[in-house]
Design a protein around this ligand. Structure first.
Ligand code: AMP
Ligand code: ZN
Length: 114
């Protein structure tokens, strides 16, 4: 999709600190980390948010959950644990309209969500 920040990151037009990549998923470091580990996992096609998951594109989402333990292991937080957050829409404060999952860890996170 044109003028989507995360599509540009997938295409390599905008740089990112890549942590993991396969055919379906790109994981890269969040530019404003809220914890020692803060990585974004995104589908490599444009899906706006969880309201736009369909039978045709759901493989990209299941793949994110299939590889999240690998990404957590790369980041050194697999055993200690982590939190996954996905914001959808205005009330949730979704800032980038390309579906993404925050992988957060590396510290005791407490009860509050970001
Ligand atoms: P959300 O509020 O769920 O839409 O989260 C968007 C996230 O994208 C925020 O945590 C931002 O810090 C992060 N972000 C925005 N631009 C970039 C970028 N160019 N590279 C990495 N992370 C980014
Ligand atoms: Zn996009």
């Amino acid at each position: 999709m044109q003028d989507c920040l995360f599509c540009h990151i997938v295409d390599g037009d905008i740089p990112s600190t890549k942590v993991f990549e396969n055919e379906y998923v790109l994981a890269f470091k969040d530019i404003h980390p809220v914890a020692p580990v803060h990585v974004l996992l995104i589908p490599k096609i444009h899906i706006q948010d969880t309201n736009h998951i369909t039978d045709e594109n759901v493989r990209y989402i299941t793949e994110i959950y299939r590889v999240v333990d690998q990404v957590a292991e790369i980041c050194g937080i697999k055993e200690e644990g982590y939190r996954i957050i996905c914001n959808c829409g205005e009330d949730a404060g979704q800032m980038v309209p390309h579906l993404h999952f925050h992988l957060i860890g590396g510290a005791k996170l407490g009860e509050k969500i970001i």
